[in-house]
Design a protein around this ligand. Structure first.
Ligand code: ADP
Ligand code: MG
Length: 238
């Protein structure tokens, strides 16, 4: 696990400012949810932490290190997207092991890590299947597994449950919560779903227009929203 510190971060695309001097300090092992309507800058913030875009101003620190200009692979992060991004021609086992083999890890270590991730995510019976032979929920478990085998310090989730039906969404939400309790890793989780945010988070950052409107525990957000935007957004059905 590692702390994450976002310091006066601005992201502009041409003349359009998407994030405005944003500050956010996340403790080691904390589960932070970025909650807000579509287009408010959640994915941009997550991508900036992951190193998938160039920031215009400010810094990103992970584990006490300034990683603003580090490659994504050197940041100790693992990212899980809404779409699964699995290799369709590879088995689940290969999907989990491929990156580790490329990175040069010894075979025994790779096998150990794959077995451990498969056990934690309860996908052991699926290891020899192809992604096309899996349900949406199973695919998303494999996608989480790919971050898990890399032993990352920080998990980044971008709307990982949005493509699933309501029943699976609830099921996997409980799984992600359990995973957090079991691993103790720092997690940053993006969603536009209030229920997801309030049930998963240690603290919620409610965003609109490239700014954090309120950063507080779910209870505080629910009981004492700081402004009408937060009250309206958190109080409305998703
Ligand atoms: P969210 O994830 O909260 O839905 P995003 O972070 O994806 O929002 O996008 C925030 C805003 O930034 C949107 O208005 C979007 O159109 C704009 N945006 C995102 N990426 C780019 C880009 N590469 N170029 C131009 N505009 C972008
Ligand atoms: Mg998004």
């Amino acid at each position: 696990m590692a702390s994450v510190s976002i310091r006066d971060l601005a992201v502009r695309f041409g003349a359009v400012t998407v994030l405005q001097k944003l500050r956010l300090d996340i403790a080691e092992g904390e589960f932070i949810v970025l909650l807000g309507p579509s287009g408010c800058g959640k994915s941009t913030l997550l991508n900036a932490v992951a190193g998938l875009l160039d920031v215009s101003e400010g810094q990103v620190w992970i584990g006490g290190k300034n990683v603003t200009w580090e490659e994504p692979k050197d940041r100790g992060i693992g990212m899980v997207f809404q779409s699964y991004a699995l290799y369709p021609s590879m088995s689940v086992r290969k999907n989990l092991s491929f990156g580790l083999r490329v990175a040069g890890l010894p075979k025994a270590e790779v096998e150990h890590r794959v077995a451990r991730a498969a056990k934690i995510l309860q996908i052991e019976p699926l290891l020899d299947r192809r992604p096309s032979q899996l349900s949406g929920g199973q695919r998303q478990r494999v996608a989480i597994g790919r971050a898990l085998v890399r032993d990352v310090d920080v998990f980044l989730f971008d709307e990982p449950l949005s493509n699933l039906d309501a029943k699976l969404r609830t099921e996997l939400r409980v799984e992600i919560k359990r995973l957090h309790q079991e691993l103790g890793s720092t997690m940053i989780y993006v969603t536009h779903d209030q229920i997801e945010a309030l049930t998963l988070a240690d603290r919620v950052a409610v965003m609109s227009g490239g700014l954090i409107q309120q950063l507080a525990t779910p209870k505080e957000i629910y009981r004492r929203p700081v402004n009408r935007f937060v009250a309206g957004f958190v109080g409305s059905p998703s």
